[in-house]
Design a protein around this ligand. Structure first.
Ligand code: PLP
Length: 281
C-alpha cells in the first residue's frame, strides 16, 4: 500500500513516520473522540453537521474545539485525493500527560491526527446483508463519538463470526438503540421509523440526511422507539453510516425480513440519497 501522507499535530508526514507517545491519554485511556467525514471527489459531505458533532463530542469530554471551520478545512485539504470517494478520519485525544493518572492533567496539548482513506463500495449495498440482534452493552454516553470502541468492536465481531454485517443492539427494556457502528431504520406499517436522538445513540449524519430527504419527498416517517417485537414485524430494516451509506438488512437473527429481498422503500430512498450526493458535487 502506498505510504500515504497523514496529519499529526501540525505536521504532514508519511503514515509510517507518524508516531505518538505511549503516554498519550488516547493510548492509555481511550481518552479522546473522533469524527468520520465523507469526502466525495474533494467535497466534504455535510461538513458543518460533522463539525457540530465534533464540537459536541469534545464538549462531552470537557475539551474545546481547537480550530475554526476554515482552519479544519485547511488541515484536511492536503490529505484529500479529489479524484476519489474518500473519508477523513479525525481523532483528537486529551494529549500526552507526564504520568498515568485518571484525572485530567493540567496544561497539556491535545493530540490531533487526521488521515484520508478511500471509501470502497460496500458489497452488501445492492443485495442486502444479514444482521443479528445483541444486548446493548455500551455506556450511557453513546451520543459522544468516543474512541473507546471496545464494546462496539466486541459486538461487531460477534456479528461477523455469525456471518452478519452488523449487530443491532437492544437495550434492557427491549428497545432498539442502534447498530454497533450504524443507525437503524425500519419500515413498520408502511412508515419509516428510526429511534429518536438520545444519549443511547450516536446522532448519525446519514440518519439526519435520510430524515430530511424523507420529509422533502413525502415519504411517511417518524422518529420513535422501536421494540424488538416491532422490529421483527418490519417489512424493511436498514443500517446507515457515512462509509457504508444505507444498507438493507434482508435477514435478521436467521429469519428473512419480509420476503428476504431488498425492499421498495430502500430502492426509493437510496436513489434519492444518491441523487442528493451527486447534486452536491
Ligand atoms: C455507533 C454508531 N452509530 C451511528 C453511526 C452512523 O453515523 P454517521 O451516519 O454519522 O456515520 C456510526 C458511524 O460510524 C456509529 O459508529
Amino acid at each position: 500500500m502506498k505510504n500515504k501522507i497523514v496529519y499529526l499535530n501540525g505536521q504532514y508526514l508519511p503514515l509510517d513516520q507518524a508516531q505518538i507517545s505511549v503516554m498519550d491519554r488516547g493510548f492509555l485511556f481511550g481518552d479522546g473522540i473522533y469524527e468520520v467525514i465523507p469526502c466525495y471527489f474533494g467535497n466534504l459531505f455535510h461538513f458543518q453537521a460533522h463539525l457540530d458533532r465534533l464540537i459536541a463530542s469534545l464538549e462531552g469530554i470537557c475539551m474545546v474545539n481547537p480550530y475554526s471551520a476554515e482552519q479544519w478545512l485547511e488541515i484536511f485539504k492536503p490529505l484529500m485525493d479529489v479524484s476519489k470517494n474518500q473519508y477523513i478520519y479525525l481523532q483528537i485525544t486529551r494529549g500526552v500527560a507526564p504520568k498515568r493518572d485518571h484525572a485530567f492533567p493540567e496544561n497539556i496539548q491535545p493530540t490531533i491526527f487526521a488521515m484520508c482513506s478511500d471509501i470502497l463500495p460496500f458489497a452488501g449495498l445492492e443485495t442486502g446483508v444479514k444482521a443479528i440482534t445483541l444486548d446493548e452493552s455500551r455506556w450511557q454516553f453513546c451520543n459522544i463519538k468516543s474512541i473507546n470502541l471496545l464494546a462496539n468492536i466486541l459486538l461487531r465481531q460477534q456479528a461477523v463470526e455469525q456471518e452478519c454485517a452488523e449487530a443491532i443492539l437492544v437495550n434492557r427494556d427491549g428497545f432498539v438503540t442502534e447498530g454497533a457502528a450504524s443507525n437503524v431504520f425500519a419500515v413498520i406499517n408502511g412508515e419509516l421509523v428510526t429511534p429518536p436522538k438520545s444519549n443511547s445513540i450516536l446522532a448519525g449524519i446519514t440518519r439526519d440526511v435520510i430524515l430530511e430527504l424523507a420529509e422533502k419527498n413525502n415519504i411517511p416517517h417518524r422518529e420513535d422507539s422501536i421494540s424488538l417485537d416491532a422490529l421483527k414485524t418490519a417489512t424493511e430494516i436498514w443500517v446507515t453510516s457515512s462509509t457504508r451509506e444505507i444498507i438493507p438488512v434482508v435477514e435478521l437473527d436467521g429469519q428473512r425480513v419480509a420476503d428476504g429481498k431488498v425492499g421498495a422503500v430502500w430502492h426509493k430512498v437510496n436513489s434519492i440519497f444518491q441523487a442528493y450526493k451527486q447534486s452536491l458535487l
